[in-house]
Ligand binder design. Structure first.
Ligand code: HEM
Length: 418
């Protein structure tokens, strides 16, 4: 294809295969020109690209994300779309509330409790792990964040809506419209919850720190003003939705444990260091975020190529994790490559690169790794059995997952060893 032919349609139809295909046609270089959404674009790859992309003097976010992505995945006015001081002050809301080790531990404990309770409720039955895990995560995050939910049906609705927002952001058609409806519904409910906190209609938390709901309700932006109700709801959803989305990774974890019995045995034997290494390897090996993007802040050069101001700059995520120049035997699933060490800032970029406090790197990475490790560590001991099913992971679908969602048969009784 001509490098300047618009590849939006190809991206929508070939999914995760788009970026590797484009790179292959251009000799697998670190910067490949393209055109997306009617705009000149440049697909970057490799460690130098990560440093370049996460330098705010090079790449800005305002105006970079298309409307259909904002109206489903992130929300209008979200932290993802801000730059400079405005971004840094909004980001503190996430980093100070979410990065405390106690907060992460509390959420991990709640997620484990809700998940094990869910499994107990499914004894003797078949279930789709992806769906049930999403509900357990939704229940945990509501309890943790102080977001009120009326009953179990409301928790299930929240889980389904959060899944829909992620599932429908990169596709036209019914999945996309479902995602928009899900966002509208949850934004309205969360705006009401923030309004209730502000007018003192709900009791404040009794703990030593405010809940996430209270922190969002009280937050002031760089100009000193509180968030309007819509933006407050958007940012609350930017906590709730991605925590529910950890169900994608836990489903991939179940897929990996099914395919690699030796890994399953190692995880059964070591729920600590190995579980964390396993979580990193799941994030490396399974495709979720296809790329991250922004706009060139001014006329620039990268790897000898001119990048004119306003060019859509994309950073290749799955390709980075499968690059043989960066990973020995990249196609081998081997948690031991992370055993006893944390990945460096530009090494594993499943949740972005650079610095989470000052840049756009995901503030929920500690939560993701901790919850994924904690929940995956429960799986080998639950005696779950996987009947015949389609565990294929289609590359043409963004975001992808095992087609069956991983169907499990839950034993009637827990095993004696548990
Ligand atoms: C940003 C991935 C979980 C909250 C991001 C970015 C990625 C990402 C790729 C963008 C980086 C960039 O634009 O350069 C993921 C994945 C997750 C996950 C794959 C696993 C489910 C979470 C969790 C939270 C969270 C658990 C909150 C509890 C956010 C927020 C941003 C963000 C607020 C915007 C940061 C900014 O623009 O400064 N995430 N994330 N994410 N993530 Fe996550």
């Amino acid at each position: 294809m001509h490098p300047f032919a618009d590849s939006t349609l190809t991206l929508l139809t070939s999914g995760y295969a788009w970026a590797p295909g484009l790179r292959r046609r251009h000799g697998d270089g670190p910067a490949v020109p393209a055109r997306l959404m009617g705009r000149p674009a440049l697909l970057l790859h490799g460690p130098a690209a990560v440093d370049f992309f996460y330098d705010e003097r090079h790449v800005l976010r305002h105006g970079a994300l298309p409307g259909p992505v904002l109206d489903t995945l992130f929300g209008r006015g979200a932290v993802h779309t801000l730059d400079g001081e405005t971004h840094r002050v909004r980001k503190e809301l996430f980093t100070t509330r979410l990065m405390t080790p106690d907060g992460v531990d509390d959420l991990g404990r709640l997620a484990r409790e809700h998940w094990l309770r869910t499994v107990d409720g499914l004894r003797g039955r078949r279930a789709v792990l992806f769906d049930e895990m999403a509900v357990a995560l939704a229940a945990a995050v509501c309890e943790w964040s102080g977001v009120p939910v009326a009953d179990g049906a409301a928790v299930r609705r929240l889980a389904e809506d959060c899944v829909a927002m992620v599932d429908g952001f990169a596709t036209p058609g019914p999945r996309h419209w479902k995602a928009r409806r899900a966002r509208s519904r949850q934004e309205a409910a969360l705006a009401r919850a923030v309004a209730d906190v502000r007018r003192g209609a709900v009791a404040l938390s009794s703990g030593d720190r405010p809940t996430v709901l209270e922190a969002v309700a009280a937050h002031r932006d760089a100009d000193g003003t509180p968030l309007d109700l819509h933006t407050a709801a958007v940012e609350l959803l930017n906590v709730l939705r991605p925590i529910v989305a950890i169900t994608w990774f836990t489903t991939f974890a179940a897929h990996a444990l099914h395919h690699f019995p030796a890994v399953r045995e190692e995880l059964r034997a070591d729920h600590g260091r190995y579980a964390r290494a396993f979580a990193h390897e799941v994030r490396r090996c399974y495709p979720f975020v296809p790329f991250v993007g922004g706009l060139a802040a001014r006329d620039l050069r990268f790897d000898g190529q001119d990048v004119s101001e306003g060019t859509l700059v994309l950073l290749d995520v799955p390709g980075h994790h499968r690059d043989p120049g960066l990973w020995p035997e990249p196609n081998r699933f081997d948690p031991r490559r992370f055993l006893g060490r944390e990945p460096g800032p530009g090494e594993l970029i499943a949740q972005g690169g650079g610095n989470a406090r000052t840049g756009h790197r995901c503030p929920g990475e500690d939560i993701t790794v901790h919850l994924l490790a904690t929940l995956a560590a429960t799986l080998p001991g639950l005696g779950l059995d996987l009947p015949d099913q389609d565990l294929g992971i289609p590359v043409g679908r963004i975001p992808t997952r095992p087609r069956s969602g991983v169907i499990v048969r839950v034993p009637s009784r827990s095993r004696p060893e548990e």
